[in-house]
Design a protein around this ligand. Sequence first.
Ligand code: HEC
Length: 114
Amino acid sequence: MNRTLILRTGLPFALLLLANGAAAQDELIERGRTVYADWCAICHAPGEGATRILEERYQGALPAVVDQRTDLAEELIVARVRTWVAPQMPPFRQSEVSDADLEAVIAYLKRNDE
Ligand code: HEC
C-alpha cells in the first residue's frame, strides 16, 4: 500500500471506528432504558413513591425523576443498586439486574450528562 492510499483510506477508517463506538454506546443506552423500565420505573416514574420522596428532598433543586438527572455519579448508582443504602430501595441480585444490565442502566442514566 503506498502512502497516498494510506492517507486516503486512513480518515474514513478512523471515522468508521468512531461511528461503531457511537453505535455500541447507543445500543448500551437502549438496553439500559429497558432495564430501567423493567426494574426502576415502578418506584422512579413520575408520581411513584421514590419520585415523591426525592421531590420532598430536593424541593425543585434537582429533578425528582431519577432518569431526568444529569448529575448522577456512577459510584452512587452502583451503591444504590447493589447495597441497601436506604430502607425504601432494596438492592438487586445479579439474577435480577446483572452486572451487564447495571452497566447499561448507568449508561442510560448518564446519557445526558455534560
Ligand atoms: C422499591 C422501590 C424502588 C426501586 C424498584 C428502585 N428504587 Fe431507586 N430509590 C428508591 C427510593 C425510595 C429512593 C430514595 C430513598 C432515599 O434516598 O432515602 C431511591 C433512590 C435512588 C437513587 C438516589 C437518588 C439520590 O438523589 O440520592 C438512585 C440513583 C436510584 N434510586 C436508582 C435506582 C435504579 C437504577 C433502580 C433500578 C435498577 C432503582 N433505583 C429501583 C426506591 C426504589
